[in-house]
Design a binder for this molecule. Sequence first.
Ligand code: HEC
Ligand code: HEC
Ligand code: HEC
Ligand code: HEC
Ligand code: HEC
Length: 447
Amino acid sequence: MNSTRQGTFRTIIAASLIACGSPEPKLLQGEALKDPESCRQCHASHVDEWSGSMHAYAGDDPVFMALNARGQRDTNGALGDFCVKCHAPVALRTGATKDGTNLAELPSYLRGVTCYFCHSVEAVEGSHNNPLTLADDGVLRAAIRDPVDNPAHASAYSPLLDRDTRESASLCGSCHDIVTPGGAHIERTFSEWQASQFGNGTSALLTCGNCHMPGKKAPAADFDGVKVREVHAHDWPAVDVALTPFPNQDAQRNAVAKALSQTVVGQLCVSPPLADVRIDVLLENAFAGHAFPSGAASDRRVWAELTAYKSDVAIFESGVVTAGQSVTELDDPNLLLFGDRTFDAGGKETHLFWETASYESNLLLPKPDPNHRFTKTYVLPLKSGIPDRVRLVVRIQPIGLDVLAEVIASGDLDPSVAESIPTFEVIRLEWQAQDGYGCVPKDAFAP
Ligand code: HEC
Ligand code: HEC
Ligand code: HEC
Ligand code: HEC
Ligand code: HEC
């Protein structure tokens, strides 16, 4: 690494060790270097944002804990470090855990995807299941080429942590891509991105960090001599939220709700009634750099709720669930549901990763795949009446209630967790007869 600046760095440490008084920064080593709290003194906003993120929650997430515990039991321990490798990589690499079942007893600096983990990566040796190697040399890497020396740690530029390079997508992507012990490629965010127009080299490169870590002008550290640069958001809002008390919980939920409302473009069209009433729904994955949903797509439930009214009485409904009801329980021939379904080696549907051998997928793929658009037609028999109002709401649940029910039933998950699962809106559109037959909005899609 060319800009490590070990020389001046040593001189400054020497000076700071001579100075007295407790707030004087010291060289971070061992546990202190791994602990996000040690960074707060100089990088308070990075620590605050990370603290409420799913990277911080990855080793606390009660659904993760429950599924891992169940997986270890069901496989007699054969699952081993498969899950903890990504959800608490530092705990595994320091030897504090072997299978993640003891995470709750470990100090918090060992849980989750931490500052030290990302900022120490020196190489990416594969494309899935976290093949990252750490330098472990005390040097913290990111995209600043001329970092101001500081007594707490050495700094260096690395293309793996520069969101404007293709390599940076392989750092994020190789954890955001999972192949199960049974060989099923169940999380494919990275490979979807590689095939998308953002990653396939045919249009301008947009990496994971370009979309998920927006920049703003601010000092990167609260430290003498530091100037204003571009700094990058560390809260990564997407779909999942903390299900138990956690920092910045409301802000994180609001950021997730906002991001989800800006992902898919939709159109709702009602045709003049002939033999039947015809309603067309068009959806397009307009802004995700991979499929939507992506990642844990076998746990996600994305569905369309369509209701047609006549004088405020519902004359047709699809995808309407009652509180606490799983959308998969609906007996609804018209149901429009996106996500993956996973199967074991015998072809039986399973929600358990370690049993999964194959999957079926119904996702909005990224551009330029033709399946970035999806159309569905609902046909309402004339005899039920002609609607004067039609409402479309596309909703998403991070984890299906049917998945949770299975780990609650086996005694691995506290039933109260299911009550904290949010349902977010992806699209909400309403057509009214008074505006005439046709589409709302009129021109959502270029021809
Ligand atoms: C005593 C203050 C101080 C502490 C404590 C501190 N840093 Fe820094 N850090 C700095 C300064 C100063 C810079 C350079 C900022 C600049 O030049 O704009 C920096 C830069 C960085 C960079 C960018 C490196 C590059 O070249 O791109 C990373 C990453 C980083 N710090 C991570 C951490 C982490 C993680 C911790 C906690 C383990 C931490 N820092 C603790 C002061 C500190
Ligand atoms: C060590 C593996 C690892 C690396 C490296 C990693 N992630 Fe993650 N990421 C995770 C895990 C695990 C979670 C989910 C934790 C949970 O919900 O329990 C996650 C969650 C997320 C989420 C939130 C997903 C949701 O459903 O809400 C986003 C967005 C994200 N990561 C983006 C990134 C980006 C961008 C990078 C690269 C800068 C990156 N990740 C690097 C493991 C990783
Ligand atoms: C999932 C990986 C990941 C984790 C976890 C992570 N960072 Fe970063 N961080 C990045 C990336 C990627 C960049 C560089 C973005 C760019 O410049 O393109 C970055 C940049 C930085 C910088 C340089 C200034 C800036 O904002 O660009 C500092 C300082 C920093 N991180 C501190 C931290 C601290 C402190 C923590 C923990 C509280 C942390 N990071 C956790 C990926 C991570
Ligand atoms: C062109 C912008 C863009 C790029 C590039 C991009 N994403 Fe996303 N990502 C989005 C949008 C938009 C969403 C959906 C809205 C949301 O969940 O906040 C999303 C959602 C996600 C999610 C939640 C998954 C779900 O169920 O929908 C994860 C995890 C994620 N991205 C990780 C990544 C990783 C890793 C990369 C790089 C390999 C990446 N993203 C590249 C825009 C992008
Ligand atoms: C290769 C890294 C990796 C491995 C291995 C891995 N995960 Fe994850 N996990 C992730 C990432 C990345 C996310 C975020 C995915 C997204 O947002 O789409 C995630 C999200 C989750 C979530 C929360 C989101 C959800 O909707 O389910 C749970 C629970 C979870 N994982 C459990 C597990 C269990 C249990 C195992 C082992 C059987 C496991 N994971 C193995 C990377 C990994």
